[in-house]
Design a protein around this ligand. Structure first.
Ligand SMILES: [Zn+2]
Length: 75
């Protein structure tokens, strides 16, 4: 007698690895009954924050450069 396999019960997405500024993360969807991983998804790296850091760094450099130019013009 063959027992029919019951369909898995999809659980919520579970973050296995949190994404960082440069590395991607990973989330999985497990079956709530047997715990088998049914689906895997890569979480993109948190580049938004990286862009903010880079752009603010550039902004600071521009301000410094402008400051030097104005200082030299006045003296
Ligand atoms: Zn299952």
């Amino acid at each position: 007698m063959v027992i029919d396999k019951l369909p898995h019960t999809e659980g919520d997405w579970e973050v296995v690895q949190k994404p960082t500024l440069i590395k991607t993360g990973l989330k999985v969807k497990k079956c709530t009954i047997c715990g088998e991983v049914l689906e895997e998804k890569v979480i993109p790296a948190n580049t938004t924050l990286l862009y903010i850091i880079i752009s603010s760094g550039v902004a600071v450099l521009v301000i410094i450069a402008l400051g030097i130019i104005t200082y030299k013009r006045k003296h």
